[in-house]
Design a protein around this ligand. Sequence first.
Ligand code: GAR
Length: 195
Amino acid sequence: MAMTTLGILGSGFGSNMQAILDAIDAGALDARIGIVLSDHPDAHILERAELKGIRAEVINCSGHLMKFPEAAQEETARKLTEAGVDLVCLAGFMRIVKRPLLDAFPSRILNIHPSLLPAFPGLEAWRQALEAGVSESGVTVHLVDAGMDTGPILGQERVAVLPDDTPETLHFRLQAAEHRLYPEVIARYAATLTP
Ligand code: GAR
């Protein structure tokens, strides 16, 4: 596919979205970000998107803290479609995507996760890795299915766990790996898509 239009879903800081934007600017990823959606009105990712002149909107989850209500998923699918999105990238999005959003973008939703899946799915994977005492962790990009951090793996990068690592230092190095891996896998995967 020539220029791919990406839709980004994020709940937080937006450093992975920034890495995607940097890869686009550097000519390493033939894409544009058509829309950024967040379930948190005050998420920094929305501000970052607005600064870049990208359409940025809030997903209304009707006060649910964890759940991604069906109506909100329908609304999300509608906005992504309206923005001409070819490929959806979850970038620190903390709700589980299910139907109808999965059905609207079959095999077209990617996620980045800070562990070598299937190890340590779920929240604060870096803390889980430290608590398990592993000597190596890493990051994974995978296709999203209805599970939590499951779905076919498209790419991984290994990161050593150091003896004096704290959750913060390990998370920092995992994020640096995410910022390298995610744009690279998006570029590779986007090249396989038919319009
Ligand atoms: C990233 O480390 C990402 O892997 C993690 O949230 C962080 C978001 O950072 N996602 C998950 O744990 C998903 N299960 P960012 O907002 O700076 O990109």
